[in-house]
Design a protein around this ligand. Structure first.
Ligand code: BGC
Length: 348
């Protein structure tokens, strides 16, 4: 079968390779790979050498945002041939640490977890893959191709889940949210914010393309400058990773605000911050700033539900480009109007 493989850090090696059928050690559920989504992490792996191939291998089968159709599943697994599924990214560490033992591998304490398509475990960018039933998340069949959005949705479902847990500390209402960045993570964060009934504002720098109207269709407000955010937000989901913006939003949130950082920037620019003033403002307003990565098992279920309740026409606008497997390496280069680019694993 064909697979998208790369030697991490050597983008010139990114290609389609003929590889053996998926190993049974990956799990009893055999899946036909339909689509994978490309994200910044895949670019970091291919270009900058983030991640690592499985022990003893030079190349990594890339991609962690998956969608497939079950070919074969063990009886009693809750899965059957024909089911639409997406695979969980992280696998618990072998110790396992306390969070990993409770399906919260996103909070792994010892860093010995693996991640499919990223760290020490081949990914989902192959025409067939295997997973254990627990790591195959069943999707609403009506989602069809849109199910490839499950993994990025799980990342924002986790962010919102944590916001909810932190918010439970006080009687402060969480009524308004600011989402910074209208890429896939920002748009999906805005979607869930609206599903939760918050008044959502999305900040991005573009004025053209589909983003402003997509935000409006959610019933949210689109702005291109922080100065246009009229009310100090109770919740911020930061999805750009731009250091300056991170500190700007921390300084402009409401009393008792919760600021969730989900973005990483590969930039190295230093920003001057008035550290004492930031500290004082955070202390005197009970502000919580926290980082969030990956997703636990429960968050995948929350994400599957969020997608099932979303408008498919709206979700479809997130996928701005679909490329055949043969062209996946070129698709790592962003084009100006890209939001989410997906790879069709069957159009080889
Ligand atoms: C993925 C996460 C993963 C993280 C770090 C992100 O792109 O969505 O699942 O944990 O990269 O490797």
């Amino acid at each position: 079968m064909k697979a998208c493989t790369v030697k991490p850090g050597d983008v010139g090696t990114a290609s389609v390779e003929e590889i053996p059928e998926p190993p049974e050690s990956d799990g009893e559920v055999l899946v036909e790979g339909l689509y994978v989504g490309i994200c910044g992490t895949d670019v970091e792996i291919s270009v900058e050498g983030y991640g690592e191939p499985p022990a003893g291998h030079e190349r990594l089968v890339l991609f962690h945002e998956s969608l497939g159709r079950v070919i074969q599943a063990p009886s009693g697994s809750g899965l059957a041939a024909g089911d639409l599924v997406a695979g969980v990214v992280r696998r618990p560490d072998p110790v396992p640490c306390e969070p990993c033992s409770k399906d919260q591998w996103d909070f792994c304490r010892n860093g010995q977890f693996t991640e499919r398509g990223i760290k020490g475990h081949d990914g989902y960018g192959s025409q067939r893959w295997r997973v254990a039933p627990k790591f195959a998340i069943k999707l609403d069949p009506g989602l069809d191709k849109l199910g490839v959005l499950l993994e990025p949705t799980s990342v924002v479902a986790k962010a919102w889940d944590q916001v909810g847990k932190i918010a439970a500390r006080a009687a402060t209402p969480t009524a308004t949210a600011l989402v910074t960045g209208a890429g896939p993570i920002g748009l999906l964060a805005a979607l869930i914010g609206r599903q939760k009934g918050l008044d959502v504002t999305v900040l991005d720098r573009v004025t053209e393309g589909p983003k402003p109207s997509m935000v409006a269709e959610l019933g949210a407000t689109y702005v291109t400058s922080l100065d246009d955010v009229k009310e100090r937000p109770d919740v911020v989901i930061e999805a750009t990773g731009i250091g300056q913006l991170v500190f700007d939003v921390i300084g402009r949130a409401a009393p008792d605000a919760i600021v969730c950082l989900t973005g990483i920037s590969s930039g190295t620019r230093e920003v001057g911050i008035a550290a004492d003033a930031v500290n004082k403002a955070m202390v005197l307003s009970n502000e919580v700033v926290f980082g969030s990565v990956n997703a636990g098992l429960a968050n995948y279920q929350q994400a599957a539900e969020a997608l099932a309740h979303a408008d498919n026409d709206w979700l479809a606008k997130i996928i701005t480009r679909t490329v055949p497997m043969a062209d996946w390496a070129q698709a790592l280069k962003r084009q100006p109007d890209d939001i989410k680019v997906v790879v069709d694993l069957q159009a080889a």
